[in-house]
Design a binder for this molecule. Structure first.
Ligand SMILES: [Mg+2]
Length: 234
């Protein structure tokens, strides 16, 4: 187990760590698949959409706008006369609604940030779309707590090393808190930094993809975000 007394900077993942995200993506995807269910079974459409998203990751990156473009592309690729302009418009609207979805912050996040802010440099380390993530932080009034927001193009070891370099801190002074073992925990402990895992009940297929068994001794796991206060020195 790491030594949290060395920590100087705490980075929070945003989606499904500070606020609900995957739940709304799943609802949108269900509505999208339903929109085409007379043409293709919903499960198959969902698989096609995921394949399009994976194909597009390197050109679009993460986030709702990329997801929306992939929804449109997947529908067009059905190459079916019933994929009308109206249906494409509906798919586009689903993406726009997802962007406009009000932010549902997890309970007591603000109180936690108030307490941590005085002792630690707090940052947000997230993937996704810059404009969208910034707006969510602004809408929730949370931006005031954070030193800065790091929108990461990916969350691999090299991305975290760049981030630490940027912050000018050593790995053992960095604590990452997030819901994804693949993106928030594994690369972080691999570079010698520390991590707290807070699982969320929905996990995006991509985040499950290459989840490897990790040595539980190298990171902490808690049930909900308020529990981090029982292990972070304050
Ligand atoms: Mg997350």
């Amino acid at each position: 187990m790491g030594d949290l007394s060395l920590i100087k900077c705490i980075a929070f993942d945003a989606d499904d760590t500070l606020w609900v995200n995957e739940t709304y993506f799943l609802e949108t995807e269900q509505a999208y698949c339903e929109l085409f269910k007379d043409i293709i079974p919903e499960k198959e459409m969902s698989e096609k959409l995921f394949a399009t998203e994976m194909r597009n990751l390197s050109i679009y990156g993460f986030g709702v706008k990329s997801f929306t473009l992939s929804m449109i592309e997947t529908a067009l690729n059905l190459n079916h006369p019933s994929v009308t302009k109206e249906r494409i418009s509906k798919a586009l609207k689903l993406g726009q609604d997802l962007l406009k979805q009000p932010v549902e912050v997890f309970p007591e996040v603000n109180q936690i940030l108030v307490q941590l802010k005085n002792k630690y440099r707090l940052i947000v380390a997230t993937k996704g779309d810059l404009h969208h993530q910034e707006r969510k932080l602004k809408d929730t009034g949370m931006e005031a707590f954070f030193h800065h927001i790091e929108i990461m193009s990916d969350k691999k070891e090299k991305n975290y090393l760049n981030l630490l370099n940027h912050l000018d801190i050593k790995p053992q002074q960095f604590l990452m808190i997030g819901n994804s073992l693949k993106s928030d925990i594994e690369p972080v402990i691999n570079i010698g930094a520390q991590a707290i895992h807070i699982p969320f009940h929905h996990t995006w297929e991509f985040e499950k993809a290459s989840q490897q068994p990790l040595n539980q001794k190298n990171y902490f796991q808690v049930e909900k975000i308020t529990d981090i206060m029982t292990i972070i020195p304050i």
